[in-house]
Design a protein around this ligand. Structure first.
Ligand code: HEC
Ligand code: HEC
Length: 449
């Protein structure tokens, strides 16, 4: 069962327990639609929404259900990734951790995943665009908790964490290397660790030091000269590098915040304790977040993301010349990808790939739509949006308040007409979503020999 499907089932179970529907996001795939219908069916047979009981809490029953759905306690265990059979193998995670920090996995020997995904900064870099061998066209995304996602990158062009990791390694702007180079590097430096997890490495005898299906014409030509069967062997080693890195990334997670402790207190009727955890402004901001701000339409669930793509009218970046159409292009790439869930390098059977098989690949709403980012830890993660277009959270909130027309495509937002006080309260609430990121202890970085 795909991660996404499993999550739907968990949500449904939760609805069942509560006898009602809570948040229903815009249906963007047939599966999501099924989910909406099922939730609606459940709520139809349930008692109508009850108003708040006359005791301690100032939240209605419906609001409490929303608070619960946003709290980390509703997250549930991480579902297996059927496309990666070593996803939960600790030896794979240890190898992946070493690879994540290893600058030898790059064209110039200077770039590792950690160059942009800095563990000291929630695994991102605090700049509008990422800087590796070159400069990327989008902002570096944080990694904590992304194992719960179905889609990766701002445009969701990868359908698994392991497929995602293979993108930057061969991107000229990021690591700038090639898969043949990386296979040699595994053989030289990680042979034992690799073979323990994945079995024997293929022979690399007689292969050039560098070659791969990358932008550089010389590298492409060298790759084209390698017989197809050997290409497949090398690509399998390459896929396994991604699977080991994903096993590590699965262990990078968010931890409970003041908001989660507040919700726990509210749900157990400890209102005085709850009121001591958040300030009056923060609580007012939370009300706006789930109420007139409509933020939970998209930032929902324990990770504050619906794992879907929306055009929110974010302006183009003055730092980027390319036109960025977001999901409209990303979904096509996901379907066509050499390393997708349905590819020969995936460990899943087709029924483990519903998310990809049912992906919406066409529609005006995909134009300039980007993945809803998690808001956990967001206060410490400026600048904001897919190319760092906004410098402060106040700028972000002002954008939602005004809801300007999109540079192209159609923005889903409507003006909110918040007062200056309400905007400040909303910002104060976002500050309650921060807590340290949990990650396996950092491996010693490998240096260029
Ligand atoms: C040069 C900086 C840079 C390097 C190096 C880099 N990344 Fe990224 N990372 C980014 C940028 C920029 C994005 C968003 C790119 C996009 O959407 O097109 C991103 C996106 C991601 C995401 C998606 C998160 C999500 O929520 O969808 C993950 C996971 C990730 N990177 C992991 C890695 C791993 C693993 C490596 C090493 C193999 C790596 N990155 C190397 C800059 C970098
Ligand atoms: C229609 C869906 C939708 C709604 C409603 C929505 N958001 Fe977002 N939010 C997004 C998407 C999509 C992005 C990324 C957009 C981009 O980069 O182009 C985003 C980005 C953000 C960011 C920046 C996070 C980062 O890491 O860059 C913040 C903060 C944020 N939203 C807060 C809010 C608040 C507060 C509200 C309510 C006032 C809200 N959002 C309403 C979809 C939505």
């Amino acid at each position: 069962m795909s991660l996404f499907f499993q999550r739907l089932m968990e949500r449904l179970a939760e609805f069942w327990r509560e006898g009602r529907a809570v948040i229903v996001s815009v249906a963007a795939s047939p599966l999501a639609l099924k989910f909406v219908l099922a939730a609606a069916a459940l709520s139809a047979g349930a008692p109508t929404a009850r108003q708040q009981p006359a005791d301690s809490s100032s939240w209605t029953t419906a609001e409490r259900a929303t608070l619960r759905s946003l709290s980390l306690s509703s997250l549930g265990p991480l579902a297996p990734d059927p496309s990666n059979r070593v996803a939960d193998d600790p030896r794979a995670a240890a190898l992946g951790r070493a690879l994540f920090f290893d600058t030898r996995l790059s064209g110039n020997g200077k770039v590792a995943c950690a160059t942009c995904h800095d563990p000291a900064q929630q695994f991102q870099d605090g700049t509008p665009l990422g800087h590796g061998v070159g400069t990327t066209g989008r902002r570096t995304m944080p990694i904590a908790g992304t194992a719960y996602n179905a889609w990766f990158f701002w445009d969701g062009r990868a359908d698994s964490q392991w497929e995602q990791a293979l993108g930057p390694l061969e991107s000229a702007a990021e690591h700038g290397g090639t898969r043949v180079q990386y296979a040699h590097e595994i053989r030289r430096s990680y042979r034992h660790e690799y073979e323990q997890v994945f079995g024997p490495l293929p022979s690399l005898d007689g292969l050039p030091e560098r070659a791969g299906p990358v932008a550089d014409p010389a590298m492409r030509a060298a790759w084209a000269r390698i017989p197809a069967a050997r290409q497949t062997d090398i690509s399998r080693v390459y896929a396994n590098i991604g699977k080991a890195i994903a096993a590590y990334e699965r262990r990078i997670n968010v931890t409970p915040t003041r908001f989660d402790r507040y919700v726990a207190a509210v749900l157990t009727q400890r209102q005085p304790a709850a009121n001591a955890m958040l300030s009056a402004d923060e609580i007012a901001g939370l009300r706006i977040f789930i109420g007139k701000g409509h933020c939970v339409n998209c930032h929902n669930g324990a990770m504050f993301t619906d794992d879907h793509f929306h055009n929110t009218g974010v302006p183009t970046s003055s730092l980027v010349t390319n036109v960025d159409s977001g999901r409209a292009v990303g979904v096509r790439q996901a379907v066509a990808s050499e390393f997708s869930c349905t590819s020969r390098y995936s460990d899943a059977t087709a029924d483990g790939c519903e998310e990809l098989l049912f992906a919406v690949t066409d529609g005006k709403e995909l134009v300039r739509a980007f993945k809803t980012p998690s808001l956990r830890g967001v206060t410490e993660r400026a600048p904001y949006m897919h190319a760092g277009q906004f410098t402060t959270l106040a700028d972000v909130i002002a954008h939602y308040d005004r809801a300007p027309a999109a540079p192209f495509g159609h923005s889903e937002l409507k003006p909110l007409h918040l007062s200056a006080t309400e905007r400040r309260q909303l910002e104060a609430f976002l500050g309650t979503l921060s807590a340290p990121v949990a990650a396996p202890a950092r491996a010693e970085p490998h240096r260029q020999p």
